[in-house]
Write a protein that binds this ligand. Structure first.
Ligand SMILES: C[S@@+](CC[C@H](N)C(=O)[O-])C[C@H]1O[C@@H](n2cnc3c(N)ncnc32)[C@H](O)[C@@H]1O
Length: 223
């Protein structure tokens, strides 16, 4: 994106496919493709960083667990291109970078029970009341998370925004689909995402919650 006579213009080199990093990003936006189930099944452990941004956290995760498959997803292609460069610099070979919309990925594209641990770190909190409908984490979304996580899979959420964090804890608790499991992210205590670092530098704490997926209760009719 470049400013020409005060107007923001997409330069040809910015167009998808014209950038040197684009060969290493899978572009799913605007399609109804399903993620290849056999590819995920081939990895013993799959982790997904949803809304990864420029992906410092994702890259550290991939470096720490080279035997795991790490999925990094975001809508902003510029951020993903930076992540491609970071992976090259760090010699990371176990990350798949996806340009896709988070709701779409979780609701339609990923197979059932395909992810071991899903991270949603510092998502946009939409703090103004009239914008809260834009928040990603709703009870519907929690239900879809339950679908894509494997048995005993982990959902990891963080936010600097106290009201959003409290609301998310409430939605998870009332769903009956997850129980809190702080030990499930103890291995990641030393890693901070780009936004977590940014908020900490400004003196703001970032709160984390980790929950374990539990089976849905079977509902019987007539009892
Ligand atoms: C505040 S940043 C956090 C980035 C990173 N997780 C971190 O903690 O540093 C939110 C990220 O989510 C991405 N994002 C926002 N809405 C999204 C959506 N609907 N689908 C996919 N990515 C989204 C943005 O492009 C941005 O990179």
């Amino acid at each position: 994106m470049k400013s020409v006579n005060g107007r923001r213009t997409v330069m040809p080199s910015d167009r998808i496919g014209n950038h040197p990093e684009d060969a290493e990003i899978r572009f799913f936006t605007g399609t109804w493709e399903l993620y290849p189930a056999e590819e995920l099944a081939a990895a013993a452990v799959v982790e997904l960083d949803l809304g990864c941004g420029v992906g410092s956290y994702t890259a550290e995760l991939a470096k720490r667990y080279p035997e795991r498959k790490i999925l990094a997803a975001d809508v902003m292609v510029g951020r993903l291109r930076k992540l491609v460069k970071r992976c090259r610099r760090m010699g990371i070979g176990n990350m798949t970078i996806l340009r896709t919309e988070a709701r779409h990925l979780v609701a339609f594209m990923l197979p059932d029970e395909s992810v071991d641990r899903l991270h949603l770190l510092c998502p946009d909190p939409w703090p103004k009341g009239r914008h809260s409908g834009h928040r990603l984490l709703t009870s519907d979304f929690v239900s879809q998370l339950h679908r894509v996580l494997k048995k005993d899979g982990i959902f990891h959420f963080s936010s600097d925004d106290e009201p959003y964090y409290t609301a998310v804890r409430g939605v998870l608790a009332s769903s009956g689909l997850f129980v809190e499991a702080p030990e499930a992210i103890a291995d990641l205590a030393g890693i901070r995402s780009d936004f977590e670092q940014r908020w900490n530098d400004e003196g703001k704490p970032v709160h984390h919650i980790a929950c374990r997926r539990i089976p849905r209760l079977a509902h019987t009719i007539g009892h």
